[in-house]
Design a binder for this molecule. Structure first.
Ligand code: ZN
Length: 409
């Protein structure tokens, strides 16, 4: 028996090989949830798990669990994982790092001949990204009992296909129990997706808590009319309301850049052609802030701005689908444990908050949970140029391995 050590070469090669599935020309990935590319990524992951002697099961939401049996299978297992789906375009590390590093940890434990008491499960959560089916963090939300399975299955993409139909089509609708079983703890390794660790020259970020966020849509209503003949001063162009509000939201975000952010993302207009003035326009936006009061103020500013735009343009608006997310706090004992492991492993470490959402948020409802960050180049993610160095991949995987072992032994 020796001390388990991550095979960093194999882990890097796994990341690069998985990155070939849905590969994009500038080095990124396009593996939107429940597409053919996601199906192929899942198949490769399952193959690697079986090669490592793990039993792979899939639940009715497509979440995958690859289990290494402990010496006492009656104990609740340690979970470690993340997601294999990506944005479009996305990168090679956002998600796959946490899944493949957990698999690398199991390989290291087996290679060293160590026999932890607890079982360990590597998890691939379905549709973390929320790019194709809203909301994101979907698989872990269903597993944690936060989102009903039927609601998740009914989520439709922009072409009208539902997540439930696509799960069946790619044969990812398994029969494993959907949650409802005890879990000892959950660890998720992830790239930071921001520039703080890189700028501070720190290798490991131990995440203590999240930001407050709000995602919503605004619908603008005007009158459909001919682009050529309707007198200019009688026009009520819904797109003008949306355009002004998109600029307002950007202004509101910039004014609070120290602790907050705001951006518009998706826009839809009706009709969407060159000859018609659109009567309806909706767009989605997100607000994020470090504290609840700041978020509430930003939301109030958005409403005020919408009222002012409506008054100036003669348009009507409706605020739709507000989804608020309160702060999520990780387990203080696991935070201290991971911090200690990182230091003992010779890495610089800091406590920090996460701005993006992660499956770990949902797992905090079930068990002690810890999110671990490593730096990414220029803070880039959801971008083809997203990059994490081999050294940081190895450092993060080593800390993950030692945290899993500390909990499973
Ligand atoms: Zn991610």
């Amino acid at each position: 028996m020796s001390s388990p050590t991550i095979d960093a070469g194999r882990l890097w090669s796994d990341l690069m090989t998985l990155g070939q599935i849905g590969a994009l020309p500038r080095g990124g990935c396009d593996r939107l949830a429940l597409t053919d590319a996601d199906r192929d990524g899942r198949a490769l992951f399952a193959f690697w798990c079986q090669e490592a002697g793990l039993a792979v099961t899939v639940d009715g939401m497509g979440n995958m669990f690859a289990r290494r049996e402990g010496t006492d299978p009656s104990l609740p297992p340690v979970f470690a994982g993340s997601h294999l789906d990506t944005q479009s375009p996305g990168g090679r590390f956002d998600g796959p790092l946490g899944v493949l590093a957990a698999l690398a940890a199991i390989r290291a434990i087996d290679a060293a001949g160590v026999a932890p008491a607890r079982s360990i499960e590597v998890v691939n959560w379905t549709n973390e990204e929320g790019a194709r089916f809203f909301p994101g963090l979907m698989g872990s939300a269903v597993f944690a009992g936060v989102l009903p399975l039927e609601t998740a299955h009914a989520a439709a993409d922009r072409s009208g296909r539902t997540a439930g139909e696509e799960l069946v089509r790619i044969r990812a609708n398994g029969s494993a129990a959907l949650g409802g079983r005890p879990v000892d703890s959950y660890f998720e390794l992830h790239i930071e997706q921001g520039p703080e660790l890189e700028e501070a020259g720190i290798t490991i970020g131990v995440v203590t808590h999240s930001n407050y966020s709000l995602y919503a849509d605004i619908e603008w209503l005007g009158d459909n009319a001919h682009i050529s003949s309707m007198p200019m001063l009688r026009r009520r162009n819904a797109l003008v309301g949306a355009a002004r509000m998109i600029a307002e939201i950007d202004r509101i975000g910039r004014a609070r850049a120290a602790n907050g952010a705001a951006s518009a993302t998706v826009i839809d207009i009706w009709p969407n052609n060159r000859i018609n003035i659109p009567h309806r326009a909706t767009f989605s936006y997100g607000l994020i802030h470090t504290d609840a009061e700041g978020l509430a103020q930003m939301a109030a500013e958005v409403e005020q701005a919408a009222g002012a735009v409506a008054a100036e343009t003669g348009l009507e608006f409706r605020m739709l689908n507000n989804r608020k997310r309160d702060v999520v706090r990780f387990d203080p004992a696991l935070t201290a444990l991971v911090e200690q492991i990182a230091t003992q492993s010779g890495h610089s470490v800091t406590r920090m908050r996460t701005k993006p959402g992660h499956d770990a948020f949902n797992m905090t409802r079930l068990c002690p949970t810890q999110l671990i960050f490593v730096p990414c180049r220029d803070g880039l993610s959801h971008n083809e140029l997203e990059w994490c160095t081999p050294e940081h991949v190895e450092a993060g995987a080593t800390v993950l391995l030692r945290a899993i072992l500390a909990r499973a032994t």
